[in-house]
Design a protein. Structure first.
Length: 542
């Protein structure tokens, strides 16, 4: 017994010494092996394997690849043997051939789970059936865990491996999957202070401030108003402004400034030839990049941190068609070819095909044969006329022809048009109301809402001027950009991109609903509004 005890102590000490000499071992991946099967082989958690192998792709390990396997004292010292040091010699020998075993209450709480749940020493008259029932496993599971036994009588004193129940195994695998998913998640960084660079053409054109500069200054002023509002709610924001067109500080020079890499957000530039360089820089440094004006179709290609506010109209057509169908599917729809330089025949054709796919009927007419339009109108329905052009000249021509036939006195006539129609309010206000004009747009400033009026009053008090009379209203655009993106960065930090659908903001002018073109691209604003001028002079936006 003394000799056995001496050998046992020597064994434990050698194992402890081995554990101290190294924290990892090497494993060469064999064909068909997965990270999970390797974790079971060495009794380590998948999360521990990922931690020991930075950059390891858990979904694509290859045969011949050598990976590090963590080693701990728990994996090398058979503690069950220590706990049973005074047991029978047979039990001691059996324990030397097995790994560490723990009670079932500890199984799901430990990162390195042993192969079996516990040990069982066979007592007199015990059977495979009785022991399997005792531990809630099947006879097949018990035999599989102990290949040396056979059905029938068991020898008293035999030590059996007790496997986990199906429920315990399922819970363990679910926990391993959760740990794996947690390990895959990038670490989220929160920003106690959000740093923003605004790169816009502020420079004066000669002695006077150019129209472009006035618009860009307005955008920046609206941005500052939003920052001030957010600071009152506990936000910490630092804003750095740079002149995009300054000869002494071109965009390339601006990007080389030491503070630029610490930005969380860059707004601008607006020059098409400058956008790509800033988008590349933002991508390389993980900075949210907001392009406020350009509607270039390929702008966000291969720039996953870039957000395009003013998306091309062609990207919005499907949404326009769907919204139109919901509103007007029961109405009498007439497409009118205006034969104008502003005709958008591709839009016209796509619109018709969409209605046909939805089994919605429509008619077509030519402005050169406008008298035929009367024959297409129906007294018992709302008649919706869709012109092929959004130009001011085409709009005036259409409305005067409708007036000439006095059709509004006999029929309910409504016009459905283009975003450009929002610029007609001052010149064609009477026509917009008389024909209940309706148009789609990605931005719209409604001067009649209290929120817009409050913003305009605040803007006037801060800067002693009104916003420059333009479409869009650039002060409101700057406010919307700051309020939307700063809110997202404050709430979600570096995980902002994954959470752009998890927060909302009620816009002044530019509602925002971003979508990626593909997994490699940045984001385009797909928000759409339908604006209706009512006959009583009010405006309804939906």
């Amino acid at each position: 017994m003394k000799k056995i005890l001496f050998l046992f102590i020597a064994f434990v000490m050698s194992m402890a010494l081995f554990a101290q000499q190294g924290s990892t071992r090497k494993h060469e991946v064999q064909s068909g092996e997965t990270l999970y099967s390797i974790s079971r082989q060495y009794n380590v958690a998948v999360a521990e394997l990922l931690k020991a192998n930075p950059g390891l792709d858990s979904d694509h390990i290859m045969a011949g690849q050598v990976i590090n396997v963590p080693v701990s004292s728990q994996q090398n010292v058979p503690t069950a043997l220590v706990q049973q040091g005074e047991g029978k010699r047979q039990s001691q020998q059996q324990n030397l051939q097995t790994r560490q075993y723990e009670s079932s209450s500890q199984v799901l709480a430990t990162p390195n789970r042993p192969r079996f749940k516990t040990l069982h020493e066979v007592k007199k008259k015990e059977t495979i059936f009785g022991i399997s029932r005792m531990y809630g496993v099947t006879e097949e599971q018990l035999i599989k865990a102990n290949p040396s036994i056979k059905k029938g009588k068991l020898k008293k004193g035999t030590v059996l491996n007790i496997p986990y129940t199906a429920e315990e195994e399922a819970l363990y695998q679910a926990e391993q999957q959760r740990l794996l998913e947690e390990a895959r998640k990038p670490k989220v960084t929160m920003y106690p202070t959000i740093k923003v660079a605004v790169i816009l053409p502020f420079a004066k054109g000669g002695d006077k401030v150019s129209a472009e500069s006035q618009k860009m200054i307005n955008l920046y002023q609206g941005f500052l108003l939003a920052v001030d509002s957010l600071k009152q709610h506990g936000y910490n924001v630092e804003v750095f402004a740079y002149d995009e067109v300054s000869a002494s500080s071109p965009v390339g020079t601006i990007l080389q400034k030491p503070e630029m890499k610490s930005m969380q957000m860059i707004v601008g530039p607006i020059r098409q030839w400058n956008v790509k360089g800033v988008a590349d820089f933002a991508h390389q440094n993980g900075i949210v990049h907001v392009v406020p004006l350009s509607n270039e179709l390929s702008l966000v290609n291969e720039h996953p941190t870039t957000f395009q506010i003013n998306s091309p109209s062609s990207l919005l057509y499907n949404q326009v068609f769907n919204r139109f169908a919901i509103i007007h599917k029961e109405h009498n729809i007439i497409f009118l070819n205006m034969d104008d330089s502003g005709d958008n025949m591709a839009y016209f054709s796509d619109f018709k095909r969409d209605l046909e796919a939805k089994s919605i009927q429509y008619s077509s007419a030519l402005v050169s044969d406008f008298a035929s339009v009367r024959d297409l109108l129906k007294a018992d329905k709302n008649n919706v006329i869709i012109p092929s052009s959004g130009s001011s000249a085409a709009f005036e021509t259409l409305c005067k022809k409708l007036d000439g036939l006095n059709l509004a006195s006999e029929y309910n006539v409504q016009l459905f048009g283009f975003p450009e129609w929002q610029t007609f309010a001052s010149k064609y206000d009477k026509f917009l109301s008389k024909y209940q004009c309706q148009f789609f747009t990605s931005f719209y400033s409604n001067p009649h809402t209290s929120r817009t009026q409050q913003f305009n009053g605040r803007f006037r008090r801060w800067f002693n001027q009104d916003q420059y009379n333009a479409f869009p209203k650039y002060g409101e655009l700057g406010y919307d950009i700051a309020a939307y993106f700063l809110k997202g960065l404050k709430e979600f930090g570096s995980s902002f991109y994954e959470n752009i659908h998890n927060f909302s903001y009620i816009s002044l002018e530019f509602p925002m609903a971003f979508e990626k073109k593909n997994q490699w691209s940045g984001y385009q604003n797909r928000s759409i509004m339908i604006v209706t001028h009512r006959s009583d002079g009010t405006v309804f936006v939906r």
